[in-house]
Design a protein around this ligand. Structure first.
Ligand SMILES: [Zn+2]
Length: 221
């Protein structure tokens, strides 16, 4: 999830290569490096001291479009840490076609947050997506925890999925919404993103069978 800094180049999805993963290179075979702005300044980034910030120009090896990265450096370029990369690429998960609009929009906005390193925003919206899926399917009573449990006891989500829904989506989102500020990692968001997708599939992949269960259980009419 998100662009990766590797040997001075950036591996990222390219919007002009139809979202395919591409290598953005900082130098061409004949042209040399494309360009760098250097800011010499001692600073902290992710609790580590750096002496230099550089803004670097890149070129997509596939289509030739430009990109720019902000890097924190002490020594060699290859050892730098990347803070952000433009163009922003969105890791968009496949979801079934007939998922209701509001659920799709909430999920896609979480992906936009993640693409912009807004990990807390993404976590909150993923939790909200899960709650919307459950409400839309008739799980209207109680808090989110009891809605998840009800969907599992109806057999729509498995026991292992129930555990993921609690641990990786609900609790993470609750931390963001209700607890003291803390840093949320990209890995936490990636797990939540993955399991929301799976739960959306649980409800909408084989929609006919799910609707039958929901009606049997008097969740929907
Ligand atoms: Zn490209």
């Amino acid at each position: 999830m998100g662009p990766e800094y590797k040997n001075g180049n950036v591996i990222s999805r390219c919007p002009d290569c139809n979202g395919a993963v591409s290598t953005y290179e900082y130098k061409g075979a004949s042209s040399g490096e494309y360009g760098t702005i250097v800011v010499d300044e001692n600073h902290l980034y992710n609790d580590i001291n750096y002496g230099r910030v550089i803004y670097k120009l890149y070129k997509c090896a596939g289509c030739g479009r430009g990109g720019m990265a902000k890097l924190h450096l002490n020594g060699a370029l290859h050892e730098g840490k990347m803070e952000w990369f433009f163009p922003i690429s969105i890791d968009s998960a496949q979801i079934p076609d007939d998922v209701p609009h509001g659920i799709v929009q909430e999920y896609r906005e979480a992906e936009i947050c993640a693409a912009n390193n807004a990990w807390r925003g993404a976590s909150g919206l993923l939790r909200s997506t899960l709650e919307k899926v459950l409400k839309e399917n008739g799980y209207k009573n109680g808090n989110l925890a009891s809605k998840i449990d009800a969907a599992a006891s109806d057999g729509i989500i498995t026991e292992s999925r129930k555990k993921k829904a609690h641990d990786d989506i609900r609790v993470l989102g609750n931390d963001v919404l209700h607890d003291e500020w803390r840093k949320i990692s990209p890995e936490d968001v990636a797990a939540s993103h993955r399991y929301v997708q799976r739960i959306i599939e649980d409800f909408y992949d084989d929609r006919e069978s799910v609707v039958k269960i929901l009606k049997d259980k008097k969740r929907i009419e």
